[in-house]
Write a protein that binds this ligand. Structure first.
Ligand code: FDP
Length: 359
């Protein structure tokens, strides 16, 4: 028997889209991102609507980048630019394109007075937008860029903070802040579908881009991460660089102990957003730990670890350096690195115990 969706092949496109929309939202009329945010904001006295407009702008950036990625193999935008970024990493053409897209979209929005990105050594200030614009945006425009040339998942991560001073413009230092000061954070996932997942501190919601109508529709309301999972995500090739505690923890996950759900399965895509998204939905743990000769690890605090940590905490999970909560880490530099251990609360607690030699 034909699946009801397959029958749609013989039907007109609008009918097919209607079927897809109604099916994916389980019979309910689809809620768009803008409608959902408007509904949420209506419950908060004093909400100005600016956050809603900022999130909508992130959504727009997501559509533009997704469009570039969709045809990346057909036009000359794969491969590297020949440049090296501030992190000492090779810059892919798509890194640059995604960065420009964020920059232009947020400058044009008039909603932010400063932005900072993984791809730029220094923040970009928008003096012409201040003092009307009271937000600052930090972002990783294209996460997992080693995946660009092989049609694997990619992401983008964003963090919004407020700049409340009225006596002066923001300076570069104002973008360096603790994770607890974020007012909105989340990510775009460019996988088999494009998703926008965000938090403003009242839970985590996920929206899937319906390409036929160009709208993000609510697909994952109030995401909750299971307290424990069965998946771990780590670059095992780095095992020789790990501390004894990290090695012992990862070895423990591979032990056969059926009663405790072990061994765990490993899943590692090379894209932080995709790996954390899997864990957010199904439980488990992602680690990019500190290493013997690089105790600060690889990932960046302000625009990778902090936003993902807030999302995961808001879904009931935990994010740690191995010794402390990510969101409490003192931020000292824009491109500061931090070890990241993130996921189901019980799994992260176990990892902390091993890393701190308490097991
Ligand atoms: P990439 O450098 O390819 O952009 O953001 C850093 C990141 O990717 C993460 O997305 C990913 O999880 C990790 O680095 C991959 O690093 P390794 O190749 O060292 O595993």
């Amino acid at each position: 028997m034909l699946h009801p969706l397959n029958e749609g092949i013989n039907r007109s496109l609008p009918t097919l889209l209607k079927t897809v929309i109604l099916t994916t939202t389980m019979g309910q009329f689809p809620l768009t991102l803008s409608r959902f945010i408007a509904q949420e904001q209506a419950t908060h006295a004093g909400a100005t609507g600016e956050l809603a407009r900022l999130l909508a702008q992130v959504g727009l950036v997501g559509k533009l980048i997704a469009q570039d990625l969709r045809c990346a193999g057909l036009i000359d935008i794969l491969g590297t630019t020949g440049g090296i970024n501030v992190q000492g990493e090779t810059v892919k053409k798509l890194d640059e394109i995604a960065n420009e897209t964020f920059l232009k979209a947020f400058h044009e929005s008039g909603l932010v007075c400063a932005v900072a990105s993984e791809e730029m050594e220094n923040p970009v200030l928008f003096p012409e937008r201040w003092p009307q614009a009271q937000y600052m945006l930090l972002f990783d425009p294209l996460d997992g860029s080693s995946n660009t040339d092989c049609n694997m998942p990619l992401g983008a991560i964003f963090s919004l903070v407020k700049f409340e001073r009225e006596d002066r413009m923001p300076t570069d230092d104002d973008l360096v802040h603790k994770g607890t000061e974020q007012v909105a954070a989340g990510y775009l996932l460019f996988g088999s579908s494009t998703m926008l997942v965000y938090t403003v501190g009242q839970g985590v919601h996920g929206f899937t881009l319906e390409p036929g109508i160009g709208e993000y529709l609510l697909s994952h309301k109030q995401i909750r991460i299971p307290a424990r999972g069965k998946v771990y995500s780590v670059n095992e090739g780095n095992n020789h660089k790990w501390t004894a505690g990290t090695k012992k923890y990862v070895d423990d996950l591979k032990n056969t102990d059926k009663a405790r759900g072990k061994p765990y399965s490993v899943r590692y895509s090379g894209c932080l957003v995709a790996d954390v998204h899997r864990i957010l939905l199904g439980g488990g743990i992602y680690l990019y730990p500190g290493e013997l000769d690089k105790p600060e690890g690889k990932l960046r605090l302000l625009y990778e670890a902090n936003p993902l940590a807030w999302v995961v905490e808001q879904a009931g999970g935990k994010a740690s350096t191995g010794t402390m909560r990510i969101l409490d880490v003192e931020a000292k530099r824009l491109h500061q690195r931090v070890p990241l251990i993130i996921g189901s609360a019980d799994d992260v607690r176990d990892a902390e115990e091993f890393i701190q030699s308490r097991r």
